[in-house]
Design a protein around this ligand. Structure first.
Ligand code: PLP
Length: 390
């Protein structure tokens, strides 16, 4: 039986021929493809600025650093996310506080966010602090509500949108909230890792409508170096390092692939939505519905992940192994970050009930645009075999 991964990239012939063209060109890094890619991203997300960089992690780091996050800052992060959302605060020596998530959706829990805020001192609120909601799995986080809470407490909101390009959601007032649009946030971030919607090999982007954040992020991605003069100046070669930044540059090769993938984002989203609907239909039947909670079929979901939840959490690890024995890979998204030794050594034993409940039961089953209906049926047949096993 062929291996079915939980996710994988889609590379077209067009991607390959464009890549060959770029590899043969004069500039491989930070050439003309970077600006083109940045403009296309800004247009797609309807934001003023996009700053591409070497990974989603780098994008989070650049966004936080560009805002001024430092060793006096506090970052509030939902406990169910990839380590990068929190780690990027630690790169700046900021403190991290973990917030609980909704046990159904894995999205930041607003009551818990309010509780976190109640514990932040008035003095701390004078620092550069950030709430980093994650639009987990492809479902837009409650960005408007996070913004209200942030405004009352003098925090910035940076959306970790690495799972959710193209996602949208209607709020209670029937207003559409789009991931990445930076309407309720000072910045949003993307990842171009192969399992993400736009694959560039590696890569990421900071999206923002704030010119200062964009300018600073751009400078920090290249060591903090500024080139103040244009070609008509007597010293056009002059540059100076104004801040301590990093080499977080994206290459023209990566931008070429990312750009080509961005052109297909609408159709790949459609495919992901179609496959999610097929899973939903299948899982609504017996024997699945007795054992499994399926994710809500939101219209604007971007379906980076399809996360099922076992009603009896003891079945989750057994199911993981059963799938693996049938050459189907699944994943756990995520172990609550506060359980990792790096965080627990400082924070002690935390136990956020929503995050614990989500973590215990969750399993991400295969979903990616090239997953065929036959392969998807094999996933469902295998799950049925597992549930019916003696
Ligand atoms: C929610 C989230 N944020 C950030 C990242 C970091 O992205 P990258 O792997 O491109 O550094 C990831 C990667 O998996 C992620 O899932």
């Amino acid at each position: 039986m062929d291996l079915i991964p939980y996710s994988r990239q889609s590379i077209s012939e067009e991607d390959i021929s464009l890549l060959i063209e770029t590899i043969k060109s004069d500039l491989l890094t930070q050439g003309p493809k970077i600006g083109d890619f940045e403009n296309s991203i800004a247009n797609f997300f309807n934001v003023k600025y996009s700053v591409v960089c070497s990974s989603g992690t780098a994008a989070l780091h650049l966004a936080y650093a560009a805002l001024g996050v430092n060793h006096n800052s506090l970052g509030i992060v939902p406990a169910i996310t990839f380590a990068a959302t929190a780690n990027a605060f630690r790169y700046q020596r900021a403190d991290v506080q973990f917030c609980d998530v909704d046990p159904e959706t894995g999205l930041i829990l607003l009551d818990s966010l309010e509780e976190c805020m109640a514990n932040v001192s008035e003095k701390q609120k004078e620092e550069c602090n950030v709430i980093a909601p994650v639009s987990f799995a492809g479902s837009v986080a409650p960005l408007d509500k996070c913004r209200n809470i942030a405004e009352k407490n003098n925090f910035f909101v940076v959306e970790d949108g690495c799972h959710s390009p193209g996602a949208w959601k209607e709020n209670h007032q029937k207003k559409i909230i789009k991931s990445g649009a930076c309407i309720n946030t000072i910045a949003s971030t993307l990842s171009f890792h192969p399992v993400k919607h736009i694959c560039a090999g590696e890569g990421g982007a900071v999206l923002t409508n704030d010119p200062k954040v964009a300018e600073k992020a751009k400078k920090l991605r290249n060591h903090g170096i500024n080139r103040p003069y244009n070609d008509s100046h007597e010293k056009p070669w002059y540059y100076e390092q104004e801040d301590l930044g990093w080499n977080y540059r994206l290459t023209d090769i990566q931008a070429t692939l990312g750009m080509s993938q961005l052109q297909r984002l609408a159709s790949s989203l459609e495919t992901r939505r179609y496959l999610a609907q097929r899973y939903d239909q299948a899982l609504a039947q017996s024997p699945f519905e007795e054992h499994i909670t399926r994710p809500a079929l939101e219209k604007g979901h971007a379906w980076h992940l399809y996360v099922i939840k076992f009603k009896d959490y003891k079945l989750r690890d057994l199911a993981y192994k059963f799938f693996k024995s049938k050459n189907i890979l699944t994943q756990i998204h995520y172990i609550p970050l506060y359980k990792h030794p790096y965080y627990s050594k400082d924070l002690g034993e935390l136990n956020l009930p929503g995050a614990e409940s989500f973590f215990k039961c969750c399993l991400s089953i295969p979903l990616y645009p090239e997953l065929t209906e036959i392969e998807q049926n094999r996933v469902m047949d295998t799950l049925e075999q597992f549930l019916n096993r003696k």
